[in-house]
Ligand binder design. Sequence first.
Ligand code: GDP
Ligand code: MG
Length: 309
Amino acid sequence: MTEDLNPDNKEVTTHSGMVAIVGRPNVGKSTLLNHLIEQKISITSRKPQTTRHQIMGVDTRDGYQIIFVDTPGLHKKEARAINRYMNRAAYSALAGIDAVVFVVDGMQWTDDDDLVLEKLRSSSCPTVLAINKIDKFREKEKLLPYIEQVSKKMNFDAIFPLSALRNINVKELRQKLQGYLPNGDFIVSEDYLTDKSERFLTAEIIREKIMRTMGDELPYSMTVSIERFKPNLRGVVEINAVVYVERSGQKRILIGSQGKKLKQIGKAAREDIEILLDNKVFLEIWVKIKSGWADDERTLRNLGYDSET
Ligand code: GDP
Ligand code: MG
């Protein structure tokens, strides 16, 4: 006897589409993405401009598949090549998507938020405003008047006060977004989580640890390149990473006295990479000076910041 899994012979409809997460740096976009898909993909840190690439995360559940694009922050200054690159990457994220989540930091609306808003006006797809970090609100009674105030800025399809970090109202946002997806087959396979390679994520983890360890001492004039990524005969993944900084002073600070800082960074990074790869890892990090790399578009391309993507 065969079992009929679909006894009413109903057609099973699936929905799928793309959702962009936009907002100025440090408002919590990456944190929100991680909680929307319940998996740590996009790195986060207290420093702005942690995310330089468009990182895709995919959430497939209950017949819905959302492909999220985590965009780099949008910047006013385009003086340096790295910022020009980041701006291009951010704006191209708005093409061909089904909904936008515009994230802002609590009730601190800034000129940069207005700048993002201007970019969104030209897009015709539904836009949801996510007022993030409500866990930090002391004066809760100010929220409703604030919502009323910002709702006049644009015709938002919905406004969600939420906390990405504490997972408040994130599920509700996900359900709302599912409602914007057109009918259609899944775009990628159901177990697909991200388009980024393990190699890329490894570099991102190292960058995250450097930023967290260094605080304000190192600005974003730093990049990480993976020179070697290979399992050895004993099954340990051997990774050689090079951190490029702009000046010898930065190199000194990054290494620390008797190499202590770099050792601390390496240990923290290795622990996270081992979780990512589910494998033992041998990690070596070198620091090199690449003078003025952030100003030179060709050097950027050589390091993998491709402006075409
Ligand atoms: P992005 O630059 O927009 O991607 O921001 P991140 O996701 O990297 O977050 C920036 C900082 O804000 C990090 O220190 C996060 O831990 C913090 N953050 C993000 N969401 C929340 C939240 O809901 N509440 C609080 N208190 N902090 C948050
Ligand atoms: Mg980010």
